[in-house]
Design a protein around this ligand. Sequence first.
Ligand code: RUB
Length: 308
Amino acid sequence: MHETVLDAADRIRRLEVQGARNVAIAAIKAVKAGAKQSTARSKGTFLKELIEAKTVLFASRETEPLMRNAIRHVVHMVETSEEESVKELVDVVSRVSSQFLESLERSKEKIADVGSKRVSNGSKVLTHCHSSTVTNILRRAKQEGKSFEVVCTESRPVFQGRITAKEMLDAGIETTLIVDSAVRYFMNDVDLVVVGADAITSEGNVINKIGTSMVALAAKEARTPFYVVSELLKFDSLTIRGDYETIEERSPREVWEDAPSGLTIRNPAFDVTRREFIHGIICEEGIVSPHSISELISRKYPWIFEVT
Ligand code: RUB
């Protein structure tokens, strides 16, 4: 196994790289760099190395379909390539990876074009955790000259909300940080909730940082619009076949480093927000209903249902 891949998997596991997009980007760059270091002499050995890289990266974080879709796509393109020489196959990995990264970048900008329109002047926007797609929308709205405030949750146990808060302050946006349990307390002051996504299921439910479903509940009670921003490629195609998205459970030490012995600590990283709580999914195709997400994905990315 190439060091580059092991190192990327390790950084992803330790949350040095966080957020679904960044995880997928780091993984695909590692696959690309790993392929360049390959000493394989045949297509078979090269593919074996790629599959090993896929296994290690998939295991680094369980609830990351964008990363899985990216890597599956690259592997599939190599498998179905007519090229036989390793040198040519390395070029295939390189080209397909770069195209994937470019299309991710385009999606991010399209999402910002659409999402920033929902941020109105003088409004207050609440977000949970740190989503680079959400912060990109908010930065865009600011660049468009809008004046608005952001409220971010700290996002226990590892405080990704602080990343959001710093990014917002750097963008010159008035920002308030709250503890996660204060969401309902502030919900009536908020005009809009925008959160990211790690996974979208075939039923249109969304999986995001633990606590997102409670934010959605509070938003529904207060009649505050709740939007999810996500690239369509966060769709988990296995959910259409009946599989459940696995929810990653992280170390109890993240919650309490020197907890008393005998105490059970549970630390799920994500939860499921059901589609009836979601006003819309802001994606590269515009704002869509979670009900129509499967159909849209099968039209835009049919390959997603074919690769395993
Ligand atoms: C991050 C998180 C983010 C999504 C979307 O969790 O839940 O909301 O990953 O992020 P963690 P992005 O910090 O555990 O990875 O929009 O950047 O893909």
